[in-house]
Design a binder for this molecule. Structure first.
Ligand code: SAM
Length: 285
């Protein structure tokens, strides 16, 4: 099959099926073979791997994945794309296409069915409007995962990778870094997609930790602390937490900060993941 990463081939398929792009589904198809090859290389897929692709579109990346992996599960919400995928993937017997919303699919059940419950790899050019719920859903539902290699909005990739004291640092950075080691592996300009998105993109690889780098007794409590601290970014941590409806007393926060040798006026954005874990253990331990 000729690569759909070549623009003329994508255009031919779109015309054959008279396909109309749906903005509401974040449809920006890749039309650059170098970017596709780079994603495949960075995701380090092996011939024994089971890969989950979120939003295969017309199957451009799915073809590359099918060539490299043992099995590919591709979940696509747009039913107009299903007959197209049947056509563009007809040469492969190792691809399962599921017409559903990825946020409603039981991914754990798919792992059991297609990979005996062993860790899968996720590879995708994500629909940008649901980047955060997709990533957090994968981590929080404890899907057995090796890594997630995804195309996201450049700005979001920066947020996932940044550390304390930077403008991009926030709840998403801490959540992603609690579960994985994030590395931006490529920046991708709008002209690599059809239609062109209005934003720059980046490929980021999130390598799942077997065990998180920090020890926290109650991770749910830690994430509510993190959210409360960043909800009101300009407030001090003490004011953010005590006004945030999470039920901690001002004197307890002040005493925890003192034990941690942090200033009583410190802001949440200055704390590392490890410090958020320590603070949680002190407040709720
Ligand atoms: N993988 C293709 C490519 O690289 O050319 C398409 C990527 S496009 C950015 C995102 C794809 O995700 C679209 O095909 C879109 O229809 C699909 N999609 C959007 N929302 C989805 C959802 N909730 N569940 C599954 N697929 C979704």
């Amino acid at each position: 099959m000729a690569s759909l990463g070549i623009p003329a081939n994508t255009i031919a398929v779109l015309q054959k099926y008279n396909f109309n792009f749906q903005k509401k589904f974040g449809q920006n198809f890749l039309i650059d073979t170098r970017v596709l090859e780079n994603i495949i290389e960075e995701s380090s897929i092996m011939s024994t791997d089971c890969v989950l692709e979120i939003g295969p579109g017309i199957g451009t990346m799915t073809q590359y994945l099918a060539e490299n992996a043992r099995h590919v599960i591709a979940v696509e919400i747009d039913k107009a794309l299903i007959p197209i995928l049947q056509d563009t993937l007809s040469e492969y017997d190792n691809v399962t296409v599921i017409n559903d919303d990825i946020l409603k699919v039981d991914i754990n059940a798919l792992c059991n069915e297609y990979n005996e419950g062993k860790p899968i790899k996720v590879v995708a050019n994500l629909p940008y409007y649901i980047t955060t719920p997709i990533i957090m859903g994968l981590f929080e539902s404890r899907v057995p995962l090796d890594s997630i290699t995804i195309m996201v909005q450049k700005e979001v990739a920066d947020r996932m990778q940044s550390g304390p004291g930077t403008k991009d640092y926030g709840a998403l950075s801490l959540a992603v870094q609690y579960y994985s080691d994030p590395q931006i592996v490529a920046n991708v300009p709008p002209n690599c997609f059809m239609p062109r998105p209005n934003v720059g993109s980046a490929v980021i690889k999130l390598t799942r930790y077997d065990k998180s780098p920090v020890d926290v007794h109650d991770e749910k409590k830690m994430f509510s602390l993190i959210r409360a601290s960043f909800n009101q970014r300009r407030k001090t941590l003490v004011n953010g937490l005590t006004g945030g409806g999470i039920g901690v007393a001002k004197e307890d926060v002040l005493s925890a900060l003192e034990k941690m040798e942090l200033s009583p006026t410190v802001r949440g954005e200055a704390l590392t993941l490890e410090q958020f874990a320590t603070l949680t253990n002190l407040l709720f331990g």
